[in-house]
Design a binder for this molecule. Sequence first.
Ligand SMILES: *Cc1c(COP(=O)(O)O)cnc(C)c1O
Length: 213
Amino acid sequence: MGYSDVQSRIDKACAAAKRARSDVTLVAVTKMRTPEEIGALISAGQKTFGENRVQDAEGKWPQIRAAHPDVKLHFIGHLQTNKAKDAVELFDVIETVDSERLAQALAAEMKKQNRNLPCFIQVNTGEEEQKGGVAPKDAPALFAACRAAGLDIRGLMCIPPADELPDLHFALLNKMANEMGLPELSMGMSADFERAIAFGASYIRIGTALFED
Ligand SMILES: *Cc1c(COP(=O)(O)O)cnc(C)c1O
């Protein structure tokens, strides 16, 4: 099954990188997946999940969460400022803070709802126009603004360009996080999570590979 297969590949990649398995958290990406598919993963022991659209997540997660209160839900998509309220209500971690305006909207909502969610800054390491994320050179200033707003920034997140080897992007994100004093790195998907683990990923976001036979 996809899930046990992915787990053993993560084990191997951690061993090869001489890293503790407990340093790497699998975020199971369940966008477009049914509650039944998600339920099967929960039964298999999965506790951390990712969704990229607030509205889709609102359609299925409140019920799942009511039945499984220990499950954690990460937001990994582009977040519009006007969705900050709903995102803060439903999610446990926001991985895609990429502007000062969004940081301020999130901080205001968290205060209102008395929920202080851990966040990541998304960095557009490939400087792709169509992609979310702050440009690498602007990340330190955004980090400072997030801290001033009161956001609990834990690390950096990236999605490398689809048509490039990911290694340089993973290495860049690792270096930036070091320089900024941030401990967590969210990077690596189905096609490249072993490389991401080699470059220090602490969260890997995997969808497709979990659901392959
Ligand atoms: C869909 C998605 C993933 C998972 O991608 P797969 O290739 O299906 O593993 C990871 N991160 C983000 C931000 C995504 O939108």
